[in-house]
Design a protein. Structure first.
Length: 252
């Protein structure tokens, strides 16, 4: 799926990775539908997108609300007739040690990362079943196995990953392609560098945007990056649970 002359919906477009992808795609003659809650940031971004030669529809919405999310998809269809690519990227995590977390805070991570994904996933599948398209999901390496201080965030990202895996199997005969993106630590407003144990692991936003668009364009099933994060996660998956948990416990 070449990412030019397309209609592309991006959630979480007001800052960070979503904004970065919207800007990169705006230089390739696309129709962009950008959504998030902070409308003033979306309006500002829309002006740049249009100055770069693409068209833009701004739909401010809370992706935790299924009605508002469906309305965004409907607005995209009304404006451009179809959506070729949906990049479901809204979300974000905060460090949350479980010795002091309240249930509402833990569930809040699920709402911010899982609900915001599902509320767009379902209407997008409905819309793309006939015509086909690409649905990309911004997950996280933190959704691979339990990590200290990011359990609620990791659990929410893991839920999204499993749901997308099921979609890929069930809808294999459809023309919808599902791409799971797992960026490692990336400098954005959403990252607290103090929470990253090894600062050298953090990559610039431009690098992450490049990797994500590369994966979407090639319709890769999944892409975890950078390589050193992918290697650490692969190692963690192969280690016996007891050994991995001991090592992670010592790291905090
Ligand atoms: N940066 C990293 O190191 C990293 C690593 C792995 C995965 N990720 C994932 O990458 C995605 C983008 O994060 P980022 O790093 O770019 O952080 P960011 O700059 O904080 O961007 C998060 C985006 O999500 C939107 N959002 C959050 N809650 C929303 C809601 N309820 N309704 C609508 N939009 C909502 C925000 O917009 P509004 O606040 O305007 O609504 C914002 O546009 C997230 O899913 C995050 O979990 C990031």
């Amino acid at each position: 799926m070449k990412l030019d002359h397309k209609t592309i919906l991006i959630t979480g477009a007001s800052s960070g990775l979503g904004r970065g992808m919207a800007l990169a795609l705006s230089r390739r003659d696309n129709n962009l539908v950008i959504t998030a809650r902070r409308e003033h940031l979306l309006q500002e971004l829309a002006r740049t997108i249009e100055a770069n030669g693409s068209r833009c529809t701004v739909c401010a919405a809370d992706a935790m609300d299924s009605k508002q999310s469906r309305a965004v998809v409907e607005a995209a269809l009304a404006a451009y007739g179809r959506v070729d690519v949906a990049i479901l990227n809204a979300g974000g995590g905060v460090a949350m040690p479980m010795n002091s977390a309240r249930a509402e805070e833990v569930l809040g991570q699920m709402r911010t990362n899982y609900d915001t994904f599902v509320n767009f996933l379902c209407p997008m599948i409905e819309q793309m079943q006939g015509s086909g398209g690409v649905i990309a999901y911004t997950g996280s390496p933190a959704g691979s196995f339990g990590l200290p201080r990011s359990g609620p965030y990791g659990a929410a990202k893991a839920a999204g990953r499993l749901l997308l895996d099921s979609c890929r199997i069930e809808l294999a005969r459809s023309k919808i392609r599902f791409v799971a993106l797992f960026p490692g630590f990336t400098y954005t407003d959403g990252l607290d560098p103090d929470e990253v144990p090894i600062k050298a692991l953090i990559i610039p936003q431009e690098r992450a945007v490049r990797e994500m668009l590369y994966a979407i364009e090639r319709e890769q099933q999944e892409r975890m990056f950078p390589r050193r994060i992918r290697h650490l996660i692969t190692l963690g998956r192969y280690l016996p649970d007891r050994v991995r948990n001991w090592a992670l416990g010592r790291a905090v």
